[in-house]
Ligand binder design. Sequence first.
Ligand SMILES: Nc1ncnc2c1ncn2[C@@H]1O[C@H](COP(=O)(O)OP(=O)(O)O)[C@@H](O)[C@H]1O
Ligand SMILES: [Mg+2]
Length: 1305
Amino acid sequence: MATRTNDWEQASAADGSTYWFSPGLSKYSWAVPEELKTDADRSREAGEWVWMEHPKEGYVPAKRSPGKGYQSMAGETLYLKKDMAKPAKLNWLNLTMSENDLVMLENVNPAVILFHIKQRYLTNQIYSYVGPILISCNPYKLLPLYTPSILNNYIKRDNRYLEPHVYAVANRAFRDLVSHSCSQSIVISGESGAGKTECTKQALQFLAEVAESAENIEQMILMANPVLEAFGNAKTIRNNNSSRFGKYLEVFFSHRNSIAGATTTNYLLEKSRVCFQAPKERNYHVFYQLVEGSTPEMKQRFRLGPVSSYNYLNQSGCDKVAGVPDDRLFKEELLPSMRELNFSQDEINSIFRIVSGILMLGNVTFENTGERKCQVKDAKSCSDAASLLEVSGKALNEVVTTTKLKVIGQAPITVNLSATEATSARDALAKFVYEKLFDWLVQKVNQVVAPKGGSKYSIGILDIFGFEIFDQNSYEQLCINFTNEKLQQFFNFHTFKQEEKCYKEEDITFEKVPYIDNQPVLDLIEQKPHGILPMVDEELIVPKGTDLTFINKLHDRYAQNPHYRAERKKRVEIFTVVHYAGDVTYDSKGFLEKDRDRLNDEAYGLLSKSTCLFLSKLFPQNDKARTRQAKKSTLGYRFTRQLTALMKTLHNTEPHYIRCIKPNPNKSPLEFYGKMSFDQLRNSGVFEAVKIRKAGYPFRYTHKEFFWRFAATMPEHRQKFSPTDMIDNCRVLISNFGFDTKTKQEIQVGRSKILYRAPQHRIMENKRNIAVERLVRVVQRVGRGYMARKLYRRMKAIVPVLEKAIKIRKVEPLQAALAQADGVGYEMKIIKDARYMLHVFEEEERVEKVLSSLIDEDPEETFGTFAEALATAKEIKYNSPTVERARKVFAEARKVRDAIDAEGEKALVSLEVNELRKVLEQANALKFPHRSPTINKIIDLIYKTSTDNFVKLQLKASLRKGDTDRIIATTIKLREISLERTKTLFDFNKFALLIDRNVWAGKKLLCFDRKSLAESMRRYTQSSIHHSLTRMKEKKDKQHAKILFKNILGYMGNPRYQAGQEVILARELLQAAVDSEEQRTEIYCQLMKQLTKNPDKTSMAKGWDLVMLCVSTFPPPSVIENHLEVFIRKNSPKKMMKRIILAMHHKMYDSKQSSLSVPDVNKMNDIVNGNIRNRSICSGYNTSIQQLDELKKLGEKKVSNAVELGANGTPRRPNPLSAPATRPKADAKVGMKRGSQMLNPEAVMAATEKKSQYLTKPEGHASKAPKTGGPSLPPNWRTAVDPESGDTYYYNAVTKATTWDMPTA
Ligand SMILES: Nc1ncnc2c1ncn2[C@@H]1O[C@H](COP(=O)(O)OP(=O)(O)O)[C@@H](O)[C@H]1O
Ligand SMILES: [Mg+2]
C-alpha cells in the first residue's frame, strides 16, 4: 500500500523492498528523496563517512574528523592502522535498504554484508542469501520457522520472494534434481555450534516431506540420527551436542522421485575424546546414557558403576548436559532406534558390552616398578575389562604393559613399557575399539537404509567441520583445513569458473577477476610425493624418521613457497600455511604418530582373538590393509583418499551452499558479535562469492525472457517490435532505459542472454512495475470501447420501434416491440420505460374492470381485492370515476383494519410471539381475513420464516432495545440452531488448531508404530502425550501442555493418586487455563480426546466432572467454542448435558461471571456435585420459541391457502385460519403460558461489554462463509454473530473496531 508524502509516494516493490515514487514527475528513487529529508537527516549525512574496522564489531560506520581519526556513531574514536586497507565509503542507502540476497545491494562490500546480517539477525531473520550461498546464523532459540505450514509454503513454489530458508535450498536442490536430472549436493559448513547439524536435519526433514516414500524409508533415515548422535556426538564448550565426525549423507531418489534410501559416509571421528576430555566437555553421549539408563540386569552384566567411577568419564568435571536426561535418552531413544533399525538383540548386547569394556579399560592404571617397567595397579579392573571384551586377562595385561621390538631377520624382542607408555597403549586400544565400533554402526545403518534397487539421482548433504584456527593447531586441524580448502576450491570452481564459462559462452567482455585460486595451497598439502601429507607418510617409513626430521625436510623444501612459512625463529617445530581464510600455524609435534594411526600387532591380535564374535569381526585376522605397505594405511593416506572420493562425488552434483554462523560464544539468542561473525564469514568463503558476483553480472535473462519481461515499458513502441529479432528488440528496450550497451559496463547483450548488475536491475524492475500498472488501465479502457460500439448499433435500431408502440397506448403492440428489444442484450433506459408502460396499460385495464365489478359488494368481504386495485391505481396514477367512488366506499372499511395493523406494527417491533399471535387472530376474525402488508409480514414471520431467522430478527430487535437478557437468550438460541445444522463442521476432529495426526505422531522422536500413535491422537489413551495436541507457539507452552495432560490423566484416575490429590491436579490445570488462552484451547482438546472412546466408566465420569469444572471456571476460547459445544451436546451424559452447557453459557455471556479465577476446594465440590445452580438464561425464551414452533405446525396448511389468496386477489371465503376447530387448541397452549415472564427479573444481566459487541457491525459486508477454527484471536478481539446474515464477525472490545475478516495480531 502506498502512503503519500508531498508528491512522493512510498511504495513496495514486488520483492518487498521500499522505494519512493512520484506519479507527477514519473520519478522514482530507492533512497529517501531529497525533498523528504529532514534537516537532521542532512546534518547526519554530512561529512566523509566510511566503514571502519572495529575490534569488536568487525566494521562500523564512522565519520572522518581530520587529525582525530574516525568517529563512530557510538562516539568511539577509531584510527586507521598501517596494516588496514583503505576504508570503504559508506553509502547511506546501505543502511536502510535490505535485500534477501545481499549481493544485490549496491556498493556491496564485506562491511555492508556484515551490517545486514546483523540487522537481520537481531530481528530474527536468521537467514540471508549472499549470491548462491545461504547464510544461517544460529538463533539459539526456537523460532517459528519450521512449522508444517511454512514447510508447505516452500514445497508449493520455488518463489524467490519467500524469505531465505534452509527449506528453500532443499527445495531448489529437489527441484533441480527433478528438472535437470542431475544429482545435487548441499554443502553445509561452519564452526562447531554454528548450526550445521540442525540445518542437515531441517534439509532432511524437508526432503522427507516433499518426496515421501512408500516404505517409510525417510523415517528410518531420520531414525538413524539418535544412534549416530549417541556414539558420534558429545558436549563441548561450543555445542552441547557437537558432532565429532564429518558426515556426508546421500539421499537417493527412485525414478518416481520418492526417497529410495540413503547412505552415510563418516569422516575423521575425534577418537581422542574417548580417553580425554577438556574441562566442561564430555565424552561421547553413549557412555553416560548406558551408565545412567541401563536396567539393573544390564548393570550387573556389564559391571557398570556410576559415572564418577570411570576414569574416562570423570576427568573433566562435567557429567551432565543441562536439560538432557541421559537415562531417558537411553531407554526412550537409543534402544528403540536400534531396534527399529533392525539391530539384533545379540548385536545390541555386544555393542554395550564393548562400550562398558572400553570404560573398564580406562580404569586399568599402572605403577612403575623400575626403570621403564610397570605393572597394572588394579588387577580387578584389568580382569573385568578383559572379561567384558572377552579376551584373555593375561594377554591384555601383556599387551598394555609391554611391546614387541621387531628387527628384520630376528625374533621379536619383548620390551617393557613405562607407566606412561602403558597408559598410551591402553588408550590406543580403547580408541581403536571405539572407532571400529563407530564405523560398524555407520555401516549397519547404511545396510538398513541403503536404497534397494536402482536409483539414479541423489541429494547429498555434507555436514562437515568448518575451517579451524586455534591457538594450537595440530595434524587434525591440518586435515580439517585441508578439507575446507578442497571445498573452497570446489566452490570457486562452481561459481567462478562457471561464471567465467558463462561469460565466454555469451561472448561478452568481462574483467577477469583475480580470485584466490587455492590450487597452490592444495598442492602444498597433498601433492605427491612432496606435499605435507605425503611427506609425513614418507617419514614414517624412512629409518629413524621423527617429527623433527620431517619438519626440517619440510622447511627446506618449501622455503620459497609463498603459501608456506617456516617459523624457525619462534620454534623449529612450527610452520604456517597461508590458507584462503587466513594464516594458520601448525605444530608438527605428534604428526607422525597421529598419521601412523595404527594399533600395534599384539593389540590387534588380541582383539581379533576375542571370543566376542562381534568384536573379533571388527578386527579381522587377515586384514588386507594391515598387510599392505604401511604407507597405505596411514591416516593421511586414508583421509586423502576419502576426501578425493567425496570431491569426485561432489563434482558430479550441482552444489548448493549453506554457511552456518555462530553469532556469539555464549549460546545466547539475539547477541551478535560482529568481529567473531565476520571472521566466520571470511573463513567460509562468502566474500569470495561476493567478489565474483560483483565483478560479474548476477542478473541474466535469455533474450526472449528479457523482451517479454520489459516490453511493457514501451507500450507506444508495441507495433514496432520485431516478432523474430529478439536481440534487436532487447537493444531497443535497453537504450530506452537509458543504458549504453556499447560501453559494455552496465548491461551486456550476450549470444543468448542479457546480463546486467544490481543497479540496472533495480531501475528496470521499477520502470516495469510502473509501466505494468499503467498498461492494465489502458487495456481496461480499450476493452470497454469495443463492447460499447457493438452494442451501440443494435440499440440505435430499437429506439424508434419502442417509441411508436408506446404512443399507441395499447398492450399488444407494445408487447411485440418489447419482444424485439430483447435481442439488444443491454437494458437501455427506453426499454425499461417501455416495460413499465406496458405494465401501466395492463393495470389500467384490469383496475377499471375489478373496481367496477366490486363497487356494489360488501367491502368487508372484498377488502383485499379492493385495496389492491386501489393501490395499483394510485401507483400507476390512474384516475377514473369508478376509482373515485371505490375510494370512498373503501375508506370506511379500513378503519377497523388500521387498528389491527397498528397492533401488528407494535408486535413486529417487539417480536414477542404471543403478541404476534394475538394480532393474527384478530385479523383472522374479520369476515374476510385481513391481509394488510403488516399482517402479511406477521404471517411471513411466523409461518414462512425459519425459526433461526426469526430468532435473528428477534436478536436485532433486542439490540435495538438494548434488552441484554434477550440479546443473550437469542444469541444462545441462534448458536444452538446453527450448531444443530452445522454440527458436522464442528466435529472435534475438524478443529483447525489440532495438529495433523501424522505430523503429530511424527513429532515423537522414537516410535515403534507411528501409525497407531497417529490414530491414538484423538481418542482416549492411558499414556502421556509427547507433544501438545494443538499448535502452540512457545516451546514452554508445548512442554506445559504435555504436563497438563498428565494432570488430566491423573484426575481421571491414571495413575491413581492419593485421595484429595485429584483436586490439586484439577486446580493446577484450571490455574494454567486461567493464565493462558492457548492452554484453554489445548485443555479442551485434551479433554475431548480423553472422552472419546474411553472404555472406562469411572474415568469417563471423572472426565466429565473435569469438563464441568473447566466450563465453570473459564469460557472456551472463541476458536473452539463451537467444537466444544457440539461435543458436549453429542457426548455428555444426559443428566449432565444441560448443566454443563448452561454453566458454559454463563461463563461466555454473563458479564458477572467474566472474571477468571480458580474456584476454591469447596466450590469445586459444589460444582461437581451439581450444588451450584446457574439460573436458566433462556427457559422463558425457549418456551416462546416452542410456542412459535407449535403455531407453525398448526398453521402451515392454512397459511398456504391464505398465501394463494394474496397472490391472485380473487375473493375466497371464509378463511379456514379462523376455523373454530383448531383455534381453542392453539389458544389453550398459548393461554397456559400467557403472562409468564421470560426472565428472572432480579437477575438481569448488566449490559456491558458483551452487549456492545452487537451494536455496530463492520461495513462493506459481502456474505462470507463463517470462519471456523483457525488461529486464535489476538487479545481483546471477540467473535460475534451478525443477526442479519448469521455470519461471524469480529469486534474489538477495547477499540470497538469491527471487521469481517479474522484480525491478526
Ligand atoms: N535453526 C535453529 N533454531 C534453533 N536453534 C538452533 C538452530 N540451529 C542451531 N541451533 C542450536 O544450536 C545448537 C548447535 O547446533 P548444531 O547444529 O549441533 O551445530 P553444529 O552441528 O554446527 O556444531 C543446537 O543444539 C541448537 O540448540
Ligand atoms: Mg554438528
